[in-house]
Structure formats: structure tokens, C-alpha cells
Design a protein around this ligand. Structure first.
Ligand code: GLN
Length: 271
């Protein structure tokens, strides 16, 4: 009979990952594992755990194996239809929330919402703001909607390509987006979790800037006067994004750095 101890040793995984998979299979918290680490485990639990451990050793993302990922304290359901929420993106949420305060926003738009991480976090933090979210993928929107339902976030959803998803009369005080900004020849696409994420959520299959350009140029029509746009981007794209915002007529353009110290989110104000 296997035990928590022997299974973690057999898994060939870092201890934290092994524990997370075992917690998932057993539907028990970390404290249970610690208190029962020499209890015999059933053959079913053993088989389910070893199969997940094998997938993890092949590189499958932890978030896919357990079907969820935490973002800003909210547990979000994820699948291979959506980008796995990254801690870096919490910066975009912070800046979106600051923008909401500064412009006294009553409406906010999240373009390309994926799992809904950004829109849901903002809607839960500012229930008085009317939050709208779009995605090109119906499968992604289904996940985002399920997440919003579970977490009790009220959001209006539209399916389509960036602004084309929206009714033409739509105007927003704040727009945020984490678009696919990785260049098609970037080697990171072939590494780690990215290999298992939807390619269209990661790259434009070009230089990584085409969706950023679409979002910036369209913002002129969809922002209210004095509104703000904030975009997540690649660590080498900050000055280009600043230039694009400037050319589109934005003021007070600023770049903020992520937890790893990389320039990650740039935005500005449009009068
Ligand atoms: N930040 C992600 C990564 O580099 C990419 C997300 C995106 O393209 N929007 O892994």
C-alpha cells in the first residue's frame, strides 16, 4: 500500500507540485496530507495520482492538471481554451483599479478576457463599475462566464474580434487588455506551460504588436473623454507601446514594472 510519503517520493516531482496533485486527487487540504502522511491510500487514489504525475513530468501545466489557478485570491477554472492567469497580470488589474478611481469610472472594458481573470477581479473589487468583457473564442467566454458565476461577479460579455465584439454605441471610461503579444519566432512559445496554452492567446503569429496596435487605434472611438487605456505587453515592447499611444493622441503615458522588475504594463489618458 502506498502512503502520502511514498507517493510523493515515487512521483519524481518537486515536493510542492507533488503535494498539489495529491491534494487534488484526495480532495483534502495540505494540513490533511501532513497529518496523514503514513496512512495507507487506496489503489484508485494511487493510480489517479501517478497518472497526473506522469503528465506533469511530460510538461503539462499544473493549472491544467488540477483545472484551476488562483489569481488575486480568486480561484479560477482554467482549461486549454484559455491562457493560464499569470501573477504578472495582477499589475494590470492594480492599474485598472487605480484608473477607475482617478477617472471616477462608471464603466470598464476588458478586451480578450480569456479565463475572465482581469474582468472578474475588477468587477469584484469595484461592484459599482459596469464591467464589460470580450473574447474572440466562444470556448474561452464559456469559461470566463462560469468563473464569474462561481465568484459572483456581474459582467456583460460579448464575443468577437476586439472592438468588433461590441455594440457600436459602446463607450468606456477605462479599457484594459492583456492581448497576445509574443512574437511568432519567440522561443518561449516552445517552452514550459506555453506549449499547452492556446497559441492564439499568446501570439499574433507576427511581430507581437498587431493586436496591441488594433487595441490602441480603436480606443480612440471607444474611450470616453479623459478615459484611460492600460495594456500588458512583452518586456521589450514598452517603448514601442508608448510611441503608439503617443501617436494615437494619448497623454500622461506611463510604463509600470512587474514583480520580476520587467516593464510590463503601459497606459495613458485620452482627452
Ligand atoms: N505573459 C505571458 C507569457 O509571457 C504571455 C501573455 C500574452 O501573450 N498575453 O508567458
Amino acid at each position: 500500500m502506498q502512503t502520502v510519503q511514498t507517493l510523493l517520493q515515487m512521483s519524481g516531482l518537486p515536493r510542492l507540485e507533488g503535494r498539489m496533485l495529491l491534494e487534488f486527487v484526495l480532495k483534502q487540504p495540505r494540513s490533511w496530507l501532513l497529518a496523514h502522511d503514513t496512512d495507507p491510500l487506496s489503489p484508485e487514489v494511487t493510480a489517479a495520482f501517478l497518472s497526473l504525475a506522469a503528465k506533469r513530468r511530460q510538461g503539462h501545466p499544473m493549472a491544467h492538471l488540477v483545472g484551476q489557478r488562483e489569481f488575486r485570491g480568486h480561484m479560477l477554472q482554467v482549461s486549454s481554451d484559455v491562457l493560464i492567469p499569470r501573477p504578472d497580470t495582477e499589475l494590470l488589474v492594480e492599474l485598472g483599479l487605480v484608473a477607475v478611481e482617478v477617472v471616477q469610472a462608471s464603466s470598464l472594458l476588458d478586451l480578450g478576457t480569456g479565463s475572465g481573470a482581469i474582468a472578474i477581479s475588477i468587477a469584484l473589487a469595484r461592484p459599482n463599475v459596469r464591467v464589460t468583457a470580450t473574447d474572440f473564442s466562444a470556448d474561452a467566454l464559456a469559461i470566463a462566464q462560469a468563473n464569474a458565476m462561481t465568484l459572483g461577479a456581474k459582467i456583460q460579455w460579448w464575443q468577437g474580434d476586439w472592438y468588433e465584439a461590441l455594440p457600436p454605441e459602446g463607450r468606456f471610461d477605462v479599457i484594459v487588455s492583456n492581448p497576445p503579444y509574443i512574437a511568432s519566432n519567440d522561443e518561449h512559445l516552445l517552452q514550459g506551460d506555453l506549449r499547452f496554452e492556446p497559441r492564439h492567446a499568446l501570439t499574433d503569429d507576427g511581430d507581437g504588436l498587431s493586436h496591441i496596435k488594433t487595441i490602441i487605434s480603436g480606443a480612440v472611438q471607444y474611450l470616453t473623454s479623459g478615459g484611460q487605456l492600460w495594456l500588458e505587453h512583452g518586456y521589450e515592447q514598452a517603448s514601442t507601446v508608448q510611441d503608439l499611444l503617443g501617436l494615437a493622441g494619448f497623454d500622461a503615458i506611463k510604463t509600470h514594472h512587474d514583480l520580476a522588475g520587467q516593464p510590463r504594463v503601459t497606459g495613458g489618458c485620452l482627452y
